[in-house]
Design a protein around this ligand. Structure first.
Ligand SMILES: *[C@@H]1O[C@H](CO)[C@@H](O)[C@H](O)[C@H]1NC(C)=O
Ligand SMILES: *[C@@H]1O[C@H](CO)[C@@H](O)[C@H](O)[C@H]1NC(C)=O
Length: 315
């Protein structure tokens, strides 16, 4: 199976019309995994979760592999396009006092998870904690450029998109040879994820994040690496149940955080399937390890349908 840091969850346009109005000046910070990576792992010399192979990027303008785990644009790219802003560059491509820090950064890294140990076998990836560390450095650079007060304002007004958790299941808990799957029951595991996420989102708040969108997980039981585990190639119900539990626990956490931090607005963004279509996979075998799939999802935020799009993503 493809050794890819994957995710089916997605990025969503939770930014509402009000945000769209001021889109031109909107600064976005993106935290995530392979669904939203735009090339950080290319800069990690020993990472095995890489997407700079020729069959990636074939549908991207220019047709070349860019470090995105997809044929074309990531969901994050599409959201940026919708917002009318350029997709922010990968953190690791920037120099210490790059002006790009002022307009948004992408910290996403294929194989990454909420837990430090997730994606261990990819050797190198930026875990969510690592990505938060990178954000700290970003804020330091911004301060050095525009001063503390303006830096705080910029960070308070920016949008923070976060999409993590898929790899904690697919490239950790569901791998029988890794410790977490042996050590924890599914209830204990989700507890661990949520308590860790609580700390991480609180850290981001203390660093200035006020407008945060967390992306729920998609139906991971339906991705090819899980479906091959069933005799008939069907979706794994048990895995989809873990996803539902995780999503519902994140929603609760977000409600708690909104109470704890009244001057912040955290939103949970759901990833829904297009039920008239289901999730459709057209596996196309590419050279070597890569399988490319097409699936169509409907993105919703707070029960409002925002966006529907078709994606082709390596899983
Ligand atoms: C995870 O890594 C971060 C730094 O990258 C560290 O501060 C934290 O203590 C680690 N957490 C655990 C549970 O190992
Ligand atoms: C769902 O899929 C059907 C069948 O392909 C399509 O006609 C419809 O437009 C899709 N709906 C959305 C909201 O994307």
């Amino acid at each position: 199976m493809a050794m890819l840091g994957l995710a089916l969850a997605a990025f969503i346009l939770a930014a509402k019309a009000t945000t769209l109005a001021s889109a031109a000046s909107l600064v976005t910070f993106i935290f995530g995994d392979s669904l939203t990576e735009v090339g950080n792992n290319k800069y990690l010399q020993y990472s095995l979760a890489r997407s700079d192979y020729p069959w990636y990027g074939i549908d991207f303008p220019g047709g070349k592999a860019t470090g995105r785990f997809t044929n074309g644009m990531t969901v994050g790219d599409r959201i940026s396009a919708k917002l009318g802003i350029p997709s922010p560059p990968p953190f690791l491509s920037l120099s210490e006092n790059d002006d790009a820090f002022l307009t948004g950064v992408n910290y996403a890294s294929g194989g990454a998870g909420i837990l430090n140990e997730t994606g261990l076998y990819f050797i190198q990836r930026l875990s969510f904690y690592d990505q938060i560390e990178c954000f700290k450095k970003t804020k330091k650079s911004i301060k050095a450029k525009i001063g503390g007060r303006a830096a705080n304002k910029l960070c308070n007004e920016a949008m923070y998109f976060i999409g993590l958790g898929s790899n904690d299941y697919v490239n950790n808990f569901l791998q029988p040879f890794l410790a977490d799957g042996q050590q924890y029951s599914s209830d204990e595991f989700v507890e661990l994820l949520i308590s860790t996420l609580d700390k991480q989102l609180s850290m981001l708040y203390h660093l200035g994040a006020r407008k945060v969108v967390f992306h729920g997980l998609g139906p991971l039981g339906c991705i090819p690496s899980q479906r091959v585990k069933s005799k008939t190639g069907r979706c794994l119900k048990r895995v989809n149940e873990y996803v539902l539990e995780f999503n519902s626990r994140v929603k609760e956490l977000i409600a708690t955080l909104n109470q704890r931090f009244p001057n912040a607005k955290l939103t949970f963004a759901d990833t829904k399937r297009n039920t008239s279509r289901k999730v459709i996979f057209h596996p196309v075998l590419r050279p070597a390890i890569c399988v490319t799939n097409t699936f169509s999802l409907i993105y919703t935020s707070e029960n409002t349908k925002v966006e529907s799009m078709e994606l082709r993503q390596s899983l």
